[in-house]
Write a new protein. Sequence first.
Lengths: 498, 102
Amino acid sequence: MTTETLVPFDEALTRYDPVMGLEIHIELNTATKMFCGCPTEFGAEPNTQVCPVCLALPGALPVVNAKAVESAIRMGLALNCEIAEWCRFARKNYFYPDMPKNFQTSQYDEPIAFDGWVDVEVDGETFRIEIERAHMEDDTGKALHVGGSTGRIHGADFSLVDYNRAGIPLIEIVTRTIEVPPEKAPAVARAYVSYVRDLIGGLGVSDVRMDQGSLRADVNLSLKPKGSTVLGTRSETKNVNSFRSVERAVRFEISRHAGILDAGGKVVQETRHFQEDTGTTLPGREKSDADDYRYFPEPDLAPVSPSREWVEELRATLPEPPAVRRARLQADWGFSDLDMRDTIGAGALDLIVATVEAGTTPQAAKKWWLGEMARRANESGHDIDALGITPEQVAEIQGLIDAGRINDKLARSVFDGVIAGEGTAEEVVVARKLEVVSDDGALGAAVDRAIEGDPDAAQKIRGGNLGVAGALIGAVMKEMRGQADAGRVRELILEKLS
Amino acid sequence: MSEPVTGISRDDVVHLAGLARIDLSDAELDHLATELPAILEHVASVQEAAGDDVPAMSHPVPVDNVFREDVVRPSLAPEDALAAAPASDQQRFLVPKILGES
């Protein structure tokens, strides 16, 4: 249906309360797949990382990757979960060509981790998100849909499947239903995903890159009429590839559900696909009931029963909890509460950490990430860590500023060049001729012209009114297209007019 | 995981056939609607043998924690991986379109 009526977000919230559930899939960064020894490199040539096990050839037998279990337990502990004393894998049966086995090896009623929680912050307010479970499973292959509109599922004539990703270990983290003040729902969803990204990233068990699909969020959403306690039918939105999209997907589904319910219609229980370009969702397959997946215990795999000693050993390897780490960083950096809130809101905490580690002061790192980079992220719709610039590159550019080779304004042009792939910061400065001019010959001539052009200001400076020097400095900077060494220009002006 | 199946209707057979993507004729559906319950009943006799003191097992041998080290082993060459595929293109498995098939 493309003719659906959308109710504006604010209006929808006057009649309905949203109920959310979030599922996050995290691809582990193990060297090999969940049940076989195939490598897990991202971006390899199609079907070069497959074997009889992950292609489900007859007679192949899976064996569990010990490292993946270890990572799953550490994730469960970081999410404040209980760790199962005994659990099994289960087959989730469905027919879809991205799964050569015709089932996904997952866990059903016996997840490895359960009953956890995390606290996330939005605008200085803390919300507790309860974790129902975190379970182990294997990833699907990647289908390229050809024909119709190429690359999209809708309108495809046939599909080309690459099974390199099939069998890569995944941990799925499922929240309990989240009910927060309705207007906060989109921001809380985003904050939760961002929090989990930081938390899991800190464990070193995954690359947690939304843009590369190593962290994927599904947004389950339903509405219930104000005052009602009956849950509505939910939709499950997939293909949400950035933190910003999480927020947009929640907003859009609230508007869409409200439109259907206002018209007396029924929401269909289905998978929806988020459309990055329009911020809308389109229907995918109708969602099967859990019964239809005919889950049953996987007979080819032995149960997993992590000893309590092992669990405690792994607990001892956890890094400091995020709240403690944030407090420590805030003190180290001398950031105000507001600075810190902005840093976390922008998803820039780890970026600033890395920039500071690369030798930049916290203040300068904050200036670039919360100013220039946050602006670029907003304008481009990318997440701030997917702009094509690394903390090391930011540190290099700040280093050029500290050395007096460029100034803040010229740095923006250097960022453009580095992001455009023109080379290192140093190479961009040379190629784009961005270096600050501090050569007295060139500057002196420009200063003379500025004095000639504004005799009034020159007279005032001679009379001791140094405050107007700024006007002449501005004229010189303008003539030299921002590339003059402002400090030296000021000195020259004062020398000439003393 | 789920309660033992005690009865299975013709509608259940239609639903299961749909889930399994098997196209059955009316005659086959009629036939299976009588045959499947008989098979289930037969298998259910196993449940009578096991008392409440015998826990359900998913594995014939009581063995836990069979793990493999996270060490890469050689994969198949792509041409071997694709050798049994009915159709392939661009070193990928070619399959019929996915959505709208039901």
